[in-house]
Every structure is written in C-alpha cells, then in structure tokens.
Design a protein around this ligand. Sequence first.
Ligand code: LMR
Length: 336
Amino acid sequence: MKRRTAIGTLGAMGALALTGPQRALAQQPILIKFSHVVTNDTPKGKGALKFKELAEKYTGGKVKVEVYPNSTLYKDKEEMDALNSGAVQILAPSTAKFRPIGVPEFEALDLPYIFEGDAGYDKVVNGPIGKGLLKKLEAKGITGLAFWDNGFHMVSANTPLLMPADFQGLKIRISGSKIADLYFRALGALPQILAFSEVYQALQTGVVDGCENTPSNYYTQKFYEVQKHITVSDHAHLQYAVITNTKFWMGLPPDIRAQLDKAMDEASEYTNSIAKQENADSLAKIKASGKTTLHALTPAQVTAWKAAFKPVYKEAESRVGKTIVDELLKSAGITI
Ligand code: LMR
C-alpha cells in the first residue's frame, strides 16, 4: 500500500550540532508501542509480532517495537485516547471501534451479509471503499496503514440460535458498533456494549446471554467454554484498521518511515494470508474440546436471517451515512 512520504526531515546539519549527551540520546532506538486487545495467538496478535520482527530488522535496530497484547496496556475505549495523546503509537482496532474518533463510516463494514465470501471482503477493503475509509482518518490526525482480516463472525448463547425467533429477548454483547446494535435488534435481541476483556466473565456470570466473534477470538478467549451453543453463521465480518498517530509517523526520519512502511506492508500481507487458516484451526479445536455444540445454518435459516436483516440497510444510513451504505450495497449486489 502506498502512503504519503516526506515531511519532517531530520537534517544531517541538526545531528552535527548535537552535544555529546544529545547524540547519545539521538542514538536511542525509536520506541513504538503497539497495543491491541487479542492474544498473541490470533491473526492480529501474530501480525503485530510479525511487524515488530520486520520493523526491527529493516531499521537495523533503530526502531524498537513493544507489542502489548490482550488489553494489557489499554482496553477498547482507552486505546484511541492513548493514540491521540502519543502514549501509544500503533493500534489495530476493529472497524466497529472508530465512532469515538468521529469516523463512524468504518462501522458500515459490519453490515450483515455485505461481503460475498472472502473475495467480496478483499475487493472492498483493497478497493476504493477501503481506501476512502482510510483517507477519512487524515482529518482526525490519524494515518491508516492497513486493513487486517479476521474472518466472519459466529454467534452464541446457552440455547441454539438457528432462527431469528431464537434471539428474542437475549442480551448479546457487542463491541460498540451501531450496526451490530441494529442487526441484533432486528433479530429481537438486546445488544449490550462491553469491552472485549470483560466478555468472558460477563458470559460466565450471565451478565449477557451471548456474543458474536470469530473462531480465533472464541478459542483464545475461551468463550466456547461458557457458551453451550455456537452457530457458525458468518453473518458479519471482523476486520481491523491498523492506525498510527500522523504527527508521530510523519515526524519520523523518511528513511526510517520507508522501512516501517515496508515492514507494515509485509506484516499485513502475512496477517491477511493466515487469517482464514487460523480461524479454521480454532474452530476445529473448539469442536474437539467437546465443550459446546456447533451449529451450521441451513439455506432456509440463512434466508430467514436475511429477511430479518432487510430493514437494517436502510436504518444504517442515519448511523453511518448513506454514501458508504450505498457503495457497499452496490458492491455486494444487494438491493433494498
Ligand atoms: C471485539 O471487541 O470483539 C473485537 O474487536 C476484538 C478484536 O480486536 O478482535
């Protein structure tokens, strides 16, 4: 992915004028903190570690990347503030979490059944829609570096979720997306926003009845141990936008930034190439655990879900904007 280059050059003249202690300080590696909320053993977790490896290698150690997984540094809501204040330099939040920084359009990617399989998803994020979304971040002082894939959502509860009526009155955890809020309400459920790090306990204690997520997140957070039934519904997609603070990124020496861009491009390619298999492996492990019952939807059940979701696309316009909804519907070939 091509990104902007060349502002904020640190000139050689400046380096010559440094005193001894300043020079020693200038030789310290540039520190990049990369915070995220999932474990190291997920597509995003592995992607962050791959970026660290490549960034440190390509800059010859001039950059040090510290990866903080599994909400060890920040929980969902605190992440964006930390990026704005400069307390952290790279994040990879799901696109459901961009409303607080004033770019709710990202949530449109959460629309139900909006991607025709993996190819449909790839076409959107790698095409004009994805590029347009990343561009919207510029006005917020944020630079979008990449989209990272984590596949399609499953949904779960302690009762089987096969038809829309099965959701009636269930409290379902969502991560913050007003689109997920819409589609769970369309199924008759009561969506509740909770930080990712709080989901396991909320499921275990019955604060919520169910949740949605991808197999890799169900497996690594052990959600499957506290949910009796999981439906492999593929009803929506989970993706991340990898972002950095523009002032920080553009203030880097251009040669360093170019190496980091290369590291990010390769780490993104890697992450996106493993997401499908990682999720398939997690699903197989969940199945093998025998701790939950996995369900697939029949074509008739999928048709019933799609019918229930029909009003969501129109309602989404006032939440994320008509333009982005129209673009996605057109891309998916859905008419409303
Ligand atoms: C969630 O909150 O469910 C997800 O955003 C977690 C993640 O980053 O995969």
